[in-house]
Write a protein that binds this ligand. Structure first.
Ligand SMILES: Nc1ncnc2c1ncn2[C@@H]1O[C@H](COP(=O)(O)OP(=O)(O)O)[C@@H](O)[C@H]1O
Ligand SMILES: [Mg+2]
Length: 593
């Protein structure tokens, strides 16, 4: 069973929660129950037409021909044609209905998953890399699509077809029917063995295929790096190795399928020989009619077909359960931080923000990242945080935005505990320029509006004016197209755009986590000028590496190893002659101007 469970890097030992997954799958079917009911109605009709043909043939041979009744013959042949036509038409409606219902379920499922994943917090994205999530959503939904459009209905068709065929055959000749059924266990065994073997191989193939696509994404993204280090050849060799393994597995899987289908093809002539040999003997004795013989021959495939399909259905169901289980695991995941039942809404910040003896670590067994951090940021004032990489600066912003919660201590806004404040109102009041700047493919204008067309252009122009970036955006027109991840912009330009973007929403508090990348002196001056304007009139937290940015801040914290080591204004800290002043001299000693 677990052979089916690990086709997407899932822990093979992980137990599938069948009950929950079943409930999830049924939950997809229920809203579409009318669609499924209609499909079943068409299914019943099409199966009936499918099974009627051999009976009409028997009637022609045993009744119409011996009676030399040309009218009855013509009538029966007409019925045969009509029957085939009706089979086609009902089958068409059945398929259409299933495709529509299946597509509807998939659309709803993808919508639900996207909305859900967007509601999840950073720890979720740390656990599930986006590439894997994407592959997972695509592969698992298509497995479920196969389940909902084919398997659910085909299982019923096969059961129905098998029992009706068996019943009719048994009615006309119990002895011959039982004899033919002795072939069934043999058929069941081959199909189970081969399908099992090949489906394990196909799982390997799928796994290798996703490995190849992951490898390609990773390496094509790093094409420049690979070229710079002359690693193209090595990369090719590694890709070839995975490709070769996929080729081998695929070849073996296909070979299995070929052997399987060839052995299935044999079953039919063997059974026909059996019918004609044994039944023919009875016909000579006069205990069986020719019509019954022909009817048996026409029915034989309909008796075996469902048996061949069973193992395939079982494998689809097993795959669907592992896919459903993975989807369930994502859907049941709740964000670690949710609003309390009666959250506190903040509309306008009156007093300010306070960190009170805050302790934080990212995992129980990892060291403290923030140790007893306390500071106050009064409304309208600016706070700068400086310090070595890994000191805990970004963690402060992670806590303020409720991406994580503190382990000890309190974060207060206007005296209200952050944990009681509505997440939405919090993030409406505080704007963030993150360290890793993400820009969407689209125009600069669209990016400044965070892809929200409802924001009027005037707001964007106001924001640009506030930070004094008119000149920059004259040079880089607002209609300039940004390629994926902002690849056609320099690091500094991206920072400027991100800064302007955060200004557009005109939030009360702005948090600016500066990227480490070096930027040219021109852009640096641009950002410094924009910052200087903001620092004097806004409530702001600036995390900076270039100390030139934050000289004007009302208060500066020097954070090292999760602790506030020094705090004060630029002048105070310089006068103190501590770490900050060393830092400062180091920077400006190296970059004199
Ligand atoms: N999501 C995370 N999970 C686990 N550890 C983290 C995470 N983010 C940061 N850390 C760790 O916490 C420490 C502080 O990180 P951070 O606040 O990003 O530092 P800074 O912004 O000052 O460079 C570092 O040791 C870092 O490795
Ligand atoms: Mg950081």
């Amino acid at each position: 069973m677990h052979g089916f469970g690990n086709d997407d890097g899932q822990d093979p030992k992980e137990k599938i929660n069948y009950k929950a997954t079943f409930r999830l799958l049924v939950g997809f079917i229920l809203p579409e129950k009318r669609g499924f009911a209609a499909a079943f109605a068409w299914l019943l009709l099409s199966t009936a037409f499918n099974l009627l043909t051999p009976l009409i043939a028997k009637h022609i041979i045993d009744k119409a021909i011996p009676a030399a009744d040309a009218r009855q013959l013509a009538f029966a042949v007409g019925a045969l044609f009509m029957n085939s036509l009706l089979f086609l038409v009902t089958n068409y409606f059945l398929r259409m209905r299933l495709v529509k219902t299946g597509q509807q379920i998939m659309t709803d499922l993808k919508k639900r998953m996207l909305a859900h994943m967007l509601s999840l917090d950073l720890p979720f994205y740390a656990e599930f890399p986006v590439g894997r999530l994407n592959a997972r959503v695509q592969a698992d939904t298509s497995t479920l699509y196969a389940l909902f459009t084919n398997t659910t209905v085909n299982i019923f068709r096969d059961i129905l077809m098998f029992f009706v065929t068996f019943g009719v055959m048994f009615y006309f000749s119990p002895k011959l029917t039982l004899m033919l059924c002795s072939v069934l266990p043999f058929v069941l065994v081959i199909s189970t063995v081969f399908l099992r073997k090949s489906s394990t191989l196909f799982i390997t193939v799928r796994k290798l295929a996703s490995e190849i696509s992951g490898f390609l994404t990773e390496h094509l993204n790093a094409a420049g790096l690979l070229q710079a280090f002359n690693r193209e050849r090595m990369t090719e060799a590694r890709l070839e190795d995975i490709n070769k393994r996929k080729f081998d597995a695929e070849l073996r899987a296909e070979l299995m399928m070929i052997i399987f289908f060839l052995s299935i093809i044999l079953v039919s002539p063997i059974s026909i020989a059996l019918i004609l040999g044994v039944g023919g003997g009875w016909a000579i004795q006069g205990t069986m009619t020719i019509g019954t013989l022909i009817m048996f021959i026409l029915y034989i495939d309909k008796l075996f077909e469902p048996i061949f399909s069973i193992s395939e259905h079982v494998s689809v169901i097993q795959r669907s359960f592992s896919a459903g289980h993975r989807i369930h695991k994502i859907l049941e995941r709740r964000p670690g931080i949710v609003d309390p039942p009666a959250p506190h809404f903040i509309h306008a910040i009156k007093d300010g923000i306070e960190f009170r003896n805050v302790w934080m670590r990212y995992a129980e067994d990892s060291p403290w990242v923030l140790k007893d951090v306390s500071f106050k940021l009064p409304k309208g004032k600016s706070l700068a945080i400086v310090g070595e990489t890994g000191g805990g600066k970004t963690t402060v912003t992670n806590l303020l935005f409720k991406f994580y919660s503190p382990d000890k201590g309190k974060i207060l806004i206007d005296g209200a505990d952050l944990s009681a404040i509505s997440l939405k109102s919090l993030r409406t009041s505080i704007g963030l320029v993150q360290q890793d700047i993400y820009l969407f493919p689209g125009t600069i204008m669209q990016n400044l509006k965070l892809m929200d067309d409802a924001i009027p252009d005037a707001m964007v122009h106001d924001a640009i004016k506030t930070v004094g970036l008119e000149h920059f955006f004259k040079k880089h027109g607002l209609n300039k197209h940004i390629t994926e991840k902002g690849a056609n912009l320099s690091a500094g330009e991206k920072q400027v755009i991100a800064l302007a973007r955060a200004m557009v929403l005109n939030q009360e508090v702005l948090v600016f986590d500066e990227a480490t990348s070096h930027i040219d002196p021109y852009t640096e001056r641009l950002i410094n000028a924009a910052m200087a304007r903001l620092l004097s009139r806004r409530t702001m937290i600036v995390i900076a590496h270039r100390l030139s940015t934050i000289r004007n801040a009302d208060n500066i914290l020097l954070v090292s190893e999760g602790e506030i080591k020094e705090s004060g204004t630029h002048a105070e800290l310089l006068a103190r002659g501590g770490v900050y002043s060393k830092f400062y001299k180091l920077q400006f000693g190296e970059e004199p101007r």
